[in-house]
Design a protein around this ligand. Sequence first.
Ligand code: BEZ
Ligand code: FE
Length: 305
Amino acid sequence: MAMTAATPRTKTEDDITNEVLRRFDATSDPRLRQIMQSLVTHLHAFVRDVALTEAEWMAGIEFLTATGHKSTGNRQEFILLSDTLGVSALVNILASHPTESTTPSLLGPFFRENAPMLKTGDTIAPRDKGEAIEMVGKVTDKAGKPIAGALIDIWQTGSDGLYDIQGDKPEVMDLRGRFLTEKDGTYRIRTALPIGYGIPMDGPVGKMLTAGSREGRRPAHVHFLVKAQGYEPLITHVFLEGDQCLTSDAVFGVKDELVSRVEGHDEAVMADGKRASGPWHVMTYDFQMKPGTGVVPQPLLSAAE
Ligand code: BEZ
Ligand code: FE
């Protein structure tokens, strides 16, 4: 194709950005066009801002390549990168409607579909030797109307600070389960007292954190995914008050309203009438759901009746 005077072949620092943007002008999907042109604008501004050298550019390419190589079916190093750069938390904040439901937080990389279906009061930590905690509360709408038959998916680390898929039997589901709320919207779940833990540091993201003198600690928390027919699914964490890392979460997931007090007990019998084998704890946390189109699979709804 013949070049005109208006489209010179030589690109300079002054015209390269506009030329790249122009090449995306014909993108037929307008949202994709907006995203690509904004990405190019910000990437070029970043390169100019730090006057990126060729060696630094190559180091960045090698870092992203290593991030891809570290990712497997059980390990998503790119999500970890997004998490530790605060991008996941920002996307989550922009998508959340904290005045209409409980504040959401990150899903994280350790959620698994089809956790065991359990009954009110059951434990999700039958093999864990840590101190016991009972998690109790209610699922309602914003006006306080109880939601019966809401499906609560819960998952956490054990008292070794590891999720089941990080241990030596990743094929066995542990420290996770699914519960249905009772007719009055209440739930009661027995588990092991969660402790703070470290995110995986043995990959490129860990190296990046270490090079930035950052820590990879997360404060003690439990993950919840709550679904109910006629409501938006709610993905969140509940954090345990008193943890030293609440202000320095490596993935920026903490919000004040998600921090819950934990009552300590030493009576011989726990609140649920079962014998205690040592000190035990109770955490009370209520969830509010936003009306929407969320649909719970039918078999689970009938199990609630
Ligand atoms: C988690 O809490 O499961 C988690 C979230 C983001 C990165 C690593 C771990
Ligand atoms: Fe977690």
